[in-house]
Design a protein around this ligand. Structure first.
Ligand SMILES: Nc1ncnc2c1ncn2[C@@H]1O[C@H](COP(=O)(O)OP(=O)(O)O)[C@@H](O)[C@H]1O
Ligand SMILES: [Mg+2]
Length: 265
């Protein structure tokens, strides 16, 4: 059984079809990557799967629940790390976690041990009583992961988890995501426009362009599929979409991402 399943999932914004008849199935414990340039439709997919945006047509289930008909049940099963910064910088990490524990209905007696475990998991115990605005981008991202796993979700969604991070901080985030899968068998659904991220982290990758899936498979299968043993995922992307990853997107999205990057960095 698939823990995430979509059936002709579609979202239009006026004339634009941002996500066009998406058919996907993600298995339990899988790390699945949606890879594509800015404007491909990745965030729109994540927003539909996390119940934040209704589909125009088609359907999706997460942990067996329909994202439209059973949104509350879906939310109880998922964690979500959005593309833009989601933590309150004026609070400490501990305070951010306490608020989330209350929002997500973590029982009072379990709040302290869960917060302590989450802080330890992402390596932020020492900094837990510092205001978050003093954190580096990598620390902030790790806090967002801690927040998203506090209620022990079965599926974790991360939208561009490493945008704006330096190479070392990116590696640390990757390590934590790998651990989540190993320790909790959590299913991880992430979006990225970094080829190396998809290659190093994901069991399977869907290459998305202009709202459609251009290719889907393990990084190895995708590389093999273009008949060049030395291929990279960049080559795969260019092969299936007809252009380089860098050429995607538009000014508005690039500038939005840059702003995020600057804020996180
Ligand atoms: N709320 C919205 N209103 C109108 N257009 C939108 C909205 N959200 C996204 N879009 C458009 O849908 C397309 C896909 O956007 P998005 O899902 O954010 O892509 P990605 O996350 O891959 O960069 C883009 O062309 C974007 O401009
Ligand atoms: Mg996006």
């Amino acid at each position: 059984m698939h823990i995430i399943e979509t059936d002709s999932l579609t979202r239009r914004f006026g004339e634009l079809t941002a996500v066009d008849s998406l058919d996907l199935g993600v298995g339990v414990g899988e790390v699945f990557g949606l890879l594509g340039p800015n404007g491909a439709g990745k965030t729109t997919v994540v927003k539909m799967l996390t119940t934040l945006l209704p589909p125009t047509s088609g359907r999706a289930t997460v942990a067996g629940f329909d994202v439209q008909k059973h949104a509350a049940q879906v939310r109880a099963q998922i964690g979500y790390v959005p593309q833009l910064v989601s933590v309150d910088g004026t609070l400490t990490a501990y305070e951010n976690l306490l608020i989330f524990a209350k929002i997500y209905g973590v029982p009072r007696s379990e709040r302290q041990p869960r917060i302590a475990a989450a802080l330890q998991f992402v390596g932020l115990e020492e900094a837990s009583h510092r205001q978050v605005r003093t954190y580096s981008g990598g620390m902030m991202r790790r806090l967002e992961i801690a927040l998203a796993i506090l209620h022990r979700p079965r599926v974790l969604f991360l939208d561009e988890p490493t945008v704006g991070l330096d190479p070392l901080a990116r590696q640390v985030v990757w390590q934590h995501l790998r651990l989540l899968r190993e320790q909790y068998r959590m299913t991880i659904f992430l979006t990225t426009h970094f080829m190396d991220e998809a290659d190093s982290l994901c069991d399977r990758v869907a290459i998305m362009n202009l709202g459609r899936i251009a290719a889907l498979g393990t990084p190895e299968d995708l590389k093999a599929s273009i008949g060049r043993p030395d291929a990279t995922l960049d080559d795969v992307f260019a092969h299936y979409t007809g252009h380089d990853l860098d050429s995607g997107g538009n000014y508005r999205e690039i500038s939005r991402n840059r702003r995020t990057a600057a804020r996180l960095g």
